[in-house]
Design a protein around this ligand. Structure first.
Ligand code: DGY
Length: 363
């Protein structure tokens, strides 16, 4: 039996009626859960692993779109075809493989929620005449906060401190192994000085840190002064000097495996902590495991890995000097609201032929 489950429009309370032109037989008597507005709003397909309704409830998407979740779309071939004009990509889960795109002949925009678009094949999507957009800027503060959170938590062993504090079997609440690393006055090397990198630098300044950075292109002197960061033309110099190396680059063919064993990890000091809030593949993970096991570097604090999540038997999970979070850099309610808002603005701009706030062009 086929079940139709177009997402319920929150608060609408309206009589069910399918948008005209959608070829679904109402007489099947399975539409009692389907609330669809009686208007001509374009349909948007939404991907993601969040709980049903999560994204739609962050901001009033339904003012602009009739929303259809990807699972429902897959299960209901009646919904394939020309209705859907926008795809809203959430959680970096992109249903943009060629076979899915074939089912969406009227698609005009793939609007990504987030700045990283490494999960999208932009040249291919663009070759179909479909625009791609992302949400830079709005993610930066939350991601920079997370970088500092990971850095501090790793340096001051906050997770271990918590575990010992709540362990009913503990007799020694302040063992020496909880001794931390001083953050104030240390040196932070930021690789990737885009919007997020700059925000991390500003935060580092608040901790009286010396800030070094390496970037494809040197920032202007004004930018450097504004964030108080010193440029290292050679990444090696940054790696040798930093107490905390923070990765804030986009994932691209040039940055894949940027931090590997034979050179980069070996250049770091045995007292250095690696913080990654960019993408897991920027680091050669096997090399990282070896470097952490052998004491080549002190610790790693990772919001991103590959894959995500790691298999439960992955060696990184068993190391005492690793702190891992599940790619939550942008996950605050207010930032997620801003992301969805921007996704929608981008998608609406494409459909209305207006200037697009954040178009991503194929390289
Ligand atoms: O790219 C981003 O903005 C975040 O990692 C969320 O995907």
């Amino acid at each position: 039996m086929q079940t139709l489950c177009v997402r319920r429009l929150w608060g609408s309370g309206q009589v069910s009626r399918l948008v005209k032109g959608t070829n679904i037989n109402r007489s099947a008597g399975r539409l009692q859960h389907t609330k669809v507005m009686e208007d001509d709003k374009p349909w948007a397909l939404i991907s993601g692993a969040s709980e049903p309704g999560f994204v739609e409830n962050l901001t009033p998407i339904t003012k602009h779109f009739q929303i259809l979740c990807y699972k429902d779309f897959l299960q209901n071939p009646q919904l394939h075809g020309p209705k859907i004009q926008a795809m809203l990509v959430w959680d970096n889960i992109p249903p943009t493989d060629p076979s899915t795109l074939q089912l969406l002949p009227s698609l005009k925009v793939v609007a990504n929620g987030g700045v990283g678009i490494d999960h999208l094949d932009v040249p291919y999507i663009s070759s179909l005449g479909v625009k791609v957009t992302n949400t830079p800027g709005v993610v930066s503060n939350a991601t920079a906060d997370m970088a500092m959170g990971l850095l501090l938590a790793s340096a001051r062993k906050i997770v271990q401190c918590h575990q010992i504090s709540v362990d009913p079997k503990t007799t020694n609440h302040k063992p020496q192994c909880l001794m931390g690393v001083e953050v104030t006055g240390s040196t932070m090397g930021i690789i990737g000085m885009g919007h997020i990198g700059c925000k991390i630098a500003q935060r580092g300044k608040g901790f009286d840190m010396k800030i070094l950075y390496h970037n494809r292109n040197r920032r202007s002197v004004e930018d450097e002064q504004a964030v108080g960061a010193t440029y290292c033309e050679k990444m090696d110099d940054l790696l040798k000097e930093s107490d905390f190396v923070v990765l804030a680059v986009n994932l691209s063919p040039e940055t894949t495996g940027l931090i590997g064993h034979s050179v980069e990890l070996n250049l770091m000091k045995p007292t250095t902590t690696l913080v990654n809030i960019s993408r897991g593949r920027v680091v050669d993970q096997e090399a990282l495991v070896k470097a952490l096991q052998s004491g080549t570097i002190l610790a790693a604090a990772l919001d991103v890995t590959y894959p995500e999540p790691l298999p439960r038997d992955h060696p990184l999970l068993g190391l005492p000097n690793v702190l891992i979070t599940p790619h939550v850099g942008t996950d605050t309610l207010s930032t997620c609201r801003k992301i969805v808002q921007r996704m929608v603005e981008n998608a609406v701009a494409v459909l209305k032929g207006h200037s697009i706030p954040n178009e991503v062009k194929p390289k």
